[in-house]
Design a protein around this ligand. Structure first.
Ligand code: F6R
Length: 360
């Protein structure tokens, strides 16, 4: 039933090229965006709020970079448990987006109900008949198929894929991209599943790195721009299943505190594809190495060629800068998975966690 895999999580990681392809084909046909007829018109929206919990919240943080950049539309992101009790103002022109794999998360549902009647509501869910789907005005299924492992993997990348499509739809409605730019983005997005399949091929290297990581007590994850939420997701995944203390930080925040933790016992995992900010991330990495910190650099050929003194490297395929977070989710998942295996923990049923958090 696990398709020859030892764990549901391994199966669900391996399924990603196929399910992502399916999700993208649902929303992109003949090189054009396909959205439900009643999908919201972003030309009438002047602000987006996105609300979720855990991994789904990190997917929203990535989407903020995309929607702001592609559609020139301000986006606020909040965790549902804060949003619901803060009862924030919902001014005219707001669109609210709720993201939930299960569609049953109590805090996310309560946050949605707070917005009901105040603004249009989009739900991005995996379970189509779920409470959150039923309460929304527009439902965008992520089509990941049933996710059984408690640690979310394929749902995260499918959430990102659907949010990428939503960002492109926002750009189209608002006329912020030329036809050529739109075509190029659609083209690079539809190539992501094949790149994910390539990224899965570096599993052996990641397993070796994970064996070393499993001896650490604390691990830091760093990223800039849309890689910052990936750093948060990498840290969450690792702590959930390996029980190693891990924190994700925006690379630029390092010197504002967390660098005090760094010594030769602390691995620092850096997600840094070659992009305009790469040089800045390298200087953050050098600050870590100057204090004995053990850097694991996850980057592409060009990024890795400039760095020789890191502890470990993981070489990723080249990817269009904008969509890199979808691809880099894979090493984040595999590092967590193999670290947990090395520690001998129960990967599919981590202690204290439930797949669906239907109570606060
Ligand atoms: C992490 C994880 C959780 C969920 C969170 C929200 O691996 O699975 O952080 O992402 O509990 O769940 P959903 O998406 O069902 O609302």
């Amino acid at each position: 039933e696990k398709g020859g895999h030892r764990h549901w999580m391994a199966k669900e990681i391996a399924e990603q090229p196929a399910v992502l392809d399916q999700a993208l084909q649902h929303y992109i046909r003949d090189a054009d965006l396909v959205m439900p007829n009643d999908a919201v018109d972003f030309a009438k929206v002047n602000r987006v709020v996105m609300v979720a919990c855990g991994t789904a919240y990190y997917a929203c943080l990535v989407a903020k970079y995309w929607i702001e950049r592609l559609a020139n539309l301000p986006v606020e992101v909040d965790v549902a448990s804060e949003f619901r009790y803060r009862e924030p103002p919902i001014p005219e022109g707001t669109l609210a987006v709720f993201v939930s794999q299960s569609g049953e998360t109590a805090d996310t549902l309560a946050a949605l109900n707070y917005c009901k009647g105040k603004c249009p509501i989009v739900a991005v869910v995996n379970v189509e008949g779920s409470s959150i789907a039923r309460a929304a005005d527009v439902v965008l299924p992520i089509l990941a198929g049933r996710e059984i492992g408690v640690a979310s993997t394929k749902a995260f990348t499918c959430q990102l894929a659907v949010l990428a499509v939503l960002a492109l739809k926002a750009a189209r409605d608002r006329g912020t991209l030329t036809a050529e730019q739109m075509d190029a983005h659609l083209d690079t997005l539809t190539r992501i599943p094949a790149l994910i399949a390539q990224a899965l091929n570096i599993e052996d290297e990641l397993r070796d790195i994970a064996r070393d990581l499993s001896e650490a007590r604390d691990i830091l994850f760093l990223g800039r721009g849309a890689m910052y939420p990936l750093a948060l997701e990498g840290a969450l995944k690792l702590k959930e299943i390996s029980y190693i203390h891990a924190e994700g930080y925006a690379s630029g925040e390092l010197k504002h505190g967390p660098i005090a933790l760094v010594d030769d016992s602390v691995p620092v995992i850096v997600f840094a594809p070659t992009d305009p900010l790469f040089g800045k991330t390298v200087s953050n990495m050098q600050e870590v190495m100057a204090r004995g910190g053990k850097v694991v650099l996850v980057s592409d050929t060009q990024g890795l060629s400039s760095q020789r003194t890191t502890w470990h490297t993981a070489q990723m395929p080249d990817v269009a800068e904008l969509w890199a977070p979808i691809l880099y989710a894979v090493p984040a998942q595999l590092l967590a998975y193999h670290t947990a295996i090395a520690k001998g923990t129960d990967v599919d049923q981590p202690r204290n966690l439930a797949k669906s958090v239907t109570v606060e």
